[in-house]
Design a protein around this ligand. Structure first.
Ligand SMILES: [Fe+2]
Length: 448
């Protein structure tokens, strides 16, 4: 039987397909190029290559949109005959993909974990589970799932650096910043192309308010993450924009928006970042209404395509954009989708119930000028908001909105209360000091 580069038995008859498969895994690990193209190539070379179908389905799932779940199921159907005679590992990869695509997200991740118990070097199972842990905001497993397999890895196993890169991000989301930075820097050194590890180190700098270092880090590692074929580059550009915003350089953040997001995006992952950046700029008093109108139209198209109510984290960003652009009819449709989502027996229902709904209503209330209601909704969900996914840095938008809403509602003590976190955790951050000054200035004007 043939084996892949990590020593796993694979079901195939044409070994030439294995080369295409390894290229797909490299694309997946480095985020460079489309991993589904070499997987299609592998399938064309050997229609009996079971792992290629299962891996393609899992890659599609990581985009976390309803339409890609449908494509994943179609891919599994296409590979049904090949998978029927496949190894237990290949069949388990396919079963995990099916469960996730059908909505049983956590069940699917448990299936991937079952593979890792037997095959701790299964980097497909590991990376897909890692990305789902991210989608679930499961900080402990972002770290611990990687810890559980790490002893089976060493620098001599192809892909080791990417495992360290995942570990770095897990450490960061568990607030273990020195561990995260050490692992992330090592991953970048070893691989020379680990955009996820670059991103993990930038998160450390973001969380510690090391703004100048963050901008330097992104400049130094540009070759690793910023190539045109890097499918994750947009998110590192987004982080760069946040560093500029911390320094009060809104023009630089806007320039990044226009260059990297202004052309629109078919992908929800990108629309989330586009929305989150515009919302922060709006909170800072920058007029981004025309840009918001364009992003809101993209979310409306996604709603038309039935994406509403699929993933609470995306719905929250849709709500921000639609509310900022005053799209009341689309917001009504989003609310209907949220109501349906809560009744679904899938992984998103709990996310929507526990966080998504209040977060969406808070964004709508904020844009309606109902600031006290927005602040109350945000206080209700902020501390458990990891349950609807994303990173600490992404969910910071909840806190920034809460501070601004409390200030505008005439509750300066409440606004300061939450702004204090930033002052303590990010002592070098100018953003935190500006927020504190703004709250005082707002209050002084009200009193005058
Ligand atoms: Fe990030």
């Amino acid at each position: 039987m043939h084996q892949d580069a990590r020593g796993h038995a694979v079901t195939l008859s044409n070994p030439a397909a294995l080369d295409a498969y390894e290229r797909a895994l490299h694309a997946l690990q480095t985020y460079r190029g489309d991993p589904t193209a070499p997987l299609d190539e592998a399938i064309a070379l050997d229609p009996g290559f079971a792992a290629a179908y299962a891996t393609k389905a899992l890659v599609l799932i990581t985009f976390f949109e309803r339409r890609f779940m449908r494509l994943a199921l179609a891919t599994l159907e296409q590979g049904r005959d090949a998978l029927a005679g496949a190894t237990a590992r290949e069949q388990a990869l396919a079963a995990a993909a099916r469960r996730i695509a059908e909505g049983a997200w956590r069940d699917g991740v448990r299936t991937l974990e079952g593979i890792l118990v037997e095959q701790p070097r299964d980097i497909v199972a590991l990376q897909v589970a890692h990305l789902l842990d991210f989608a679930h905001g499961d900080a402990l497993n972002l770290r611990n799932r990687v810890s559980r397999v790490l002893p089976a890895w060493s620098a001599s196993v192809p892909g080791y650096a990417y495992v360290l890169g995942m570990h770095a991000f897990g450490y960061e989301e568990c607030n273990q910043y020195p561990d995260a930075e050490r692992a992330g820097r090592r991953a970048v050194e070893l691989s020379g192309n680990d955009a996820w590890a670059v991103h993990a180190v930038s998160h450390v700098m973001e969380m510690q308010g090391r703004v100048a270092e963050g901008l330097d880090w992104y400049r130094q590692t540009r070759d690793v993450w910023a190539s045109e074929d890097n499918g994750f580059a947009f998110h590192n550009h987004w982080h760069t924009a946040l560093f500029h915003m911390d320094r009060g350089d809104h023009a630089a953040a806007l320039a990044i928006f226009d260059e990297r997001f202004g052309g629109g995006s078919e992908m929800a992952l990108m629309r989330v970042d586009a929305t989150a950046l515009l919302w922060r700029l709006r909170l800072e008093g920058v007029d981004v209404s025309a840009r918001f109108a364009a992003v809101a139209s993209e979310w409306e198209r996604a709603l038309d395509d039935g994406e509403g109510g699929f993933y609470a984290f995306n719905d929250f960003h849709a709500a921000m954009a639609l509310a900022a652009a005053g799209r009341s009819e689309a917001l009504a449709r989003l609310r209907e989708a949220l109501a349906r989502a809560q009744a679904q027996p899938d992984g998103n229902a709990e996310m929507t119930r526990s966080v998504g709904l209040d977060a969406c209503e808070a964004a709508i209330a904020y844009c309606d000028g109902r600031f006290e209601a927005a602040a109350e909704r945000l206080m209700a969900v902020r501390d458990g908001a990891n349950r609807f996914g994303g990173s600490h840095a992404q969910r910071d938008v909840l806190t920034l909105t809460l501070i601004d809403a409390a200030m505008r509602a005439g509750m300066p003590q409440l606004a300061h209360h939450y702004a204090n976190e930033r002052l303590v955790h990010k002592p070098e951050s100018a953003w935190g000091r500006r927020l504190a000054e703004r709250i005082d200035g707002w209050q002084a004007r009200r009193a005058a």
